[in-house]
Design a protein around this ligand. Structure first.
Ligand code: F58
Length: 819
């Protein structure tokens, strides 16, 4: 039921914003003006909650979670805020009474793409759940002027375009020109004696950059809470400008300004390997230093003495990107605030906790000691001192094991000395967690094994989750309505309630409704694919989808090998009983990752050949949906029927797309990797298409000696597929185009595509059989959704609160803010 008073209020506030903030009369308003006006109208409601939340936390002096992340992939705000406020209907009604279409206005919002992929999106889901669970939180990150690039496709190749997300204005941020901190960089250190005759160290930087806070409110779901995400922008410091200016060096001053602002210019796209770029280290240090200085500022508003800093704050390191914070907090406590080393170290360790997101050795952050010391001379000294004391402890605990100390050291000595950030994070934290059960086990057994030997009590698992508000309620309004009709409206806050759907899997009428929802969502997506990829697809075919960053370990090319095999089979067996299938891909490749870019070209080349083939017409379609991001994923999950989660076992730390699909009723075809393992346990193994080698089997196979060429020679289907790739049949006769892929597969095949090829094909055949029985398929689909409650990010956050942060909810005073 729409609230009439609210409809009138939104109309009035919209007109007021158009007039007072934008200076427009309605006839002159552009679509962007309308988007801004509605956002400003909604912002008033957000602000009320934000101010009240701040007041409540202040009065209660609440223990606060500080989530430090170099990336927050938030996705569009307006629709999400309307949902959380419970104002969607009212806003729709208000806009239509003014002659506008709410969906068109929502479509106007630019994606705030301040992240690469899973890690950044996880940070956004966690902010959403922290607000929904009413946990006092400060999110800290970077306000990149250019987020993740926009992806265009030209002739089947990815082309990157800079993301100018701020060009048309951002109504969701509030600049705080008075919340500014100086961040020193470069230079050298010197010792001196303070007034009490104690030896102290002073950092004499070469330059100083200023960080300005930009605040973004993060609403809880209909609970009156609005938490704070504070993103830092780099600016030049006035004093430095003036000095140069006074000396007559105008251009020098301008250069300085440009240099300083560069720090938050652009998000680094994740390449195959993290390259030791100085600017990236500067970005990391810059935002972490601002965050820690801000936390100290807030703390000292009440109390000068920093000895209970760790009781006020729980800091979470989202991977190692903010790990330099361990050394920076030590510097602030010891050098700036005069605390003794031992006390400062105790506080530091009790404050920080570290989440690891990858086992891939090439993705582990290391900084060459020379560069680290050039940018952060004082921090290098601090890291050495932490290391000296740490290795003393190691030698005491494990006497005579010299190699253990070398393995644990914060400094890698081989191939030019480097600072190992995962080690710094591990030593400086009281909790270390992986992001899915399997991943956490592998961390203990492998990557951080020596740390686990030392401190087993520090380790735990917190399996990732995703917010059901954005990824079910908002993305899939049809399914949300059906679910609410069946089990009531409590599920967005308590996702375990989806279990109430289980008995309905046996109800034929409910299944028919469930299918109708999926069918309508597929028709919507077909429209999107037509418009964006120029490919027509049949909403009655099986929608088989793989969307995620393009990476060899995620094996989009294994999916393509199946497509080729299927196409060749359909050509051979013209009457074979198989459901029509639409295979959809989406995802960005890092600009410098050649193999990933070739994989995108491969999808397009195969799509071109397959879609033009009159023999298989109506039975197989392939399309690549360009520019996959949070905004564009919204119509994808609700329409998917088969979710491809086919990474090489042991390589995908968790995955979160897998959860978004299953929540929306897609069945998974997947390996025993990351959170797939737990999803399969939750939904039931009979409702999951499993294939592929396990981590243990891969180790054994490698130990025996893996020879992919033997598999090629022994399997005629595989041979036909690879031959088609190699002989140019799929690339307009150009036999060289996909040579790098074929050579890799027949050579080392590091991601074991050929080993998993047969089992994958067999599993896909099982998918076909299951899909031919729609009642059976629908039953499985309902059970998938019904059993995904565990994968709400609310559950993950509740675990962090209990096992890592030791924080409890703080409800917001004022019952008028309930909705
Ligand atoms: C991802 N990591 C994991 N890193 O790959 C995925 O399995 C997991 O579900 C997710 O984290 C959340 O835990 C990831 O997205 C990055 O994007 C890095 C960003 C910075 C550069 C290096 C990659």
């Amino acid at each position: 039921m729409t609230d009439r008073t609210m409809v009138e209020a939104v109309k009035k506030e919209f007109k007021e914003a158009l007039f007072a903030a934008l200076g427009r009369f309605p006839e002159a308003a552009t679509p962007n003006d309308r988007y801004l006006a509605l956002s400003l109208a909604v912002r008033r409601h957000v602000m009320r909650r934000w101010v009240r939340t701040g007041e409540t936390y202040w009065k209660n002096a609440s223990r606060t979670v500080c989530y430090l992340s170099a990336e927050f992939l938030l996705g569009p705000h307006l629709a999400n805020n309307l949902l959380n406020l419970g104002l969607r209907e009212e806003a729709g009604q208000a806009m239509s009474e003014l002659g506008y279409d709410l969906d068109a206005i929502l479509a106007q919002e630019e994606e705030p793409g301040l992240g690469n992929g899973g890690l950044g999106r996880l940070a956004a889901c966690y902010m959403d759940s922290l607000a929904t669970l009413q946990i006092p939180t400060l999110g800290y990150g970077i306000r990149y002027e250019f987020g993740i690039f926009d992806q265009l496709i030209r002739d089947g190749w990815q082309v990157e375009k800079t993301d100018k997300w701020l060009a048309l204005g951002n109504p969701w941020e509030t600049p705080r020109p008075e919340i500014v901190f100086d961040v020193p960089l470069g230079g050298h250190t010197e010792g001196y004696q303070d007034e009490e005759g104690r030896f102290r160290v002073r950092w004499v930087p070469e330059r100083v950059v200023r960080g300005v806070g930009y605040d973004v409110p993060i609403l809880g779901y209909r609970n009156g809470t609005a938490n704070l995400l504070r993103l830092w922008k780099a600016e030049a410091t006035e004093s430095f400008d003036f000095e140069a200016f006074n000396q007559g060096d105008y251009w020098g001053a301008v250069d300085q300004k440009v240099d300083s602002e560069n720090i938050t210019k652009v998000l680094y796209p994740n390449d195959e390997r993290v390259r030791g770029k100085q600017l990236r280290l500067e970005q990391q240090f810059f935002f972490v230093s601002c965050a820690l200085q801000d936390m100290i500022r807030i703390y000292q508003q009440r109390k000068k003495d920093l000895s209970s800093f760790h009781e006020k704050y729980a800091i979470q390191l989202n991977d190692t990107h903010p790990a330099v914070g361990v050394a920076e907090l030590m510097r602030l406590l010891v050098d700036v605030h005069g605390m003794g080393w031992d006390e400062a170290w105790e506080i530091t360790r009790r404050t920080f906790a570290y989440t690891n997101h990858t086992l891939l050795p090439e993705a582990l952050e290391k900084w060459k000691v020379e560069m680290f010391g050039a940018v952060l001379p004082r921090h290098l000294e601090i890291v050495y001192e932490i290391n000296r004391r740490f290795l003393d402890e190691v030698r005491r605990r494990f006497p005579g094991e010299g190699s253990r100390a070398a393995r644990l050291s914060l400094i890698e000595e081989t191939g030019g000395r480097s600072v190992r950030m995962a080690h710094l994070a591990s030593v400086g934290s009281h909790r270390i967690n992986g992001v899915a059960a399997l991943h956490s086990e592998l961390l203990k057994a492998d990557l951080l094994r020596d740390f686990h030997d030392l401190w087993p009590e520090k380790f735990l698992n917190v399996t990732n989750g995703v917010t059901p508000r954005r990824f079910l309620a908002l993305a899939n309004p049809r399914l949300a309505a059906l679910v609410t009709e069946a089990i009531g409206d409590g599920w967005p806050k308590d996702l375990e309630r989806l279990r109430g759907l289980e008995p309905l899997a046996e109800d034929g009428a409910f299944r028919a409704k469930w299918r109708a929802v999926k069918r309508a969502n597929k028709a919507d997506l077909a429209g999107v694919v037509q418009a964006r990829a120029g490919v027509e697809c049949d909403p009655d075919s099986l929608f088989d989808v793989q969307v995620k960053r393009i990476h060899e370990y995620k094996r989009q090319h294994l999916n393509v090998l199946h497509v080729i095999a299927l196409w060749q089979r359909l050509r051979r067996q013209k009457k074979a009983k198989a459901p029509a299938r639409t295979v959809l891909f989406g995802g960005k490749a890092a600009p410098g990752y050649r193999m990933a870019k070739l994989m995108i070209k491969l999808v397009h080349s195969v799509a071109e050949v397959v879609n033009a083939d009159s023999v298989t017409r109506g039975r197989l379609r392939v399309a690549f949906i360009p520019d996959y991001n949070v905004k564009n994923c919204m119509p994808i999950f609700p329409a998917a029927e088969l979710s491809e989660q086919i990474s090489t076992a042991g390589k995908e730390a968790s995955g979160t797309g897998n959860m978004k699909f299953a929540m929306n009723g897609a069945l998974t075809i997947g390996t025993l990797d990351g959170a797939n393992v737990e999803i399969r346990e939750a939904v039931g193994k009979e409702n999951f298409f499993l294939f592929g080698l396990t981590v243990g089997e891969i180790q054994a196979l490698r130990a025996r000696g893996y020879r992919p060429r033997d598999l090629y020679e022994g399997d005629p289907v595989l041979r036909d597929v690879l031959d088609a790739l190699a002989d140019g049949a799929l690339s307009g006769g150009d036999a060289s185009l996909f040579r790098p892929i074929v050579d890799q597969l027949l050579g080392e095949d590091p991601w074991l595509l050929l080993a998993d090829f047969r089992p994958y094909l067999e599993s896909q055949a099982e998918v076909e059989r299951a899909y031919l029985d729609p009642e059976h398929w629908t039953r499985m689909s309902i059970l998938n959704t019904a059993r995904m409650g565990r994968f709400s990010s609310d559950r993950s956050i509740a675990e962090y609160c209990r096992d890592v942060w030791r924080v409890t909810p703080v409800p917001i005073e004022g019952s008028d803010l309930e909705s």
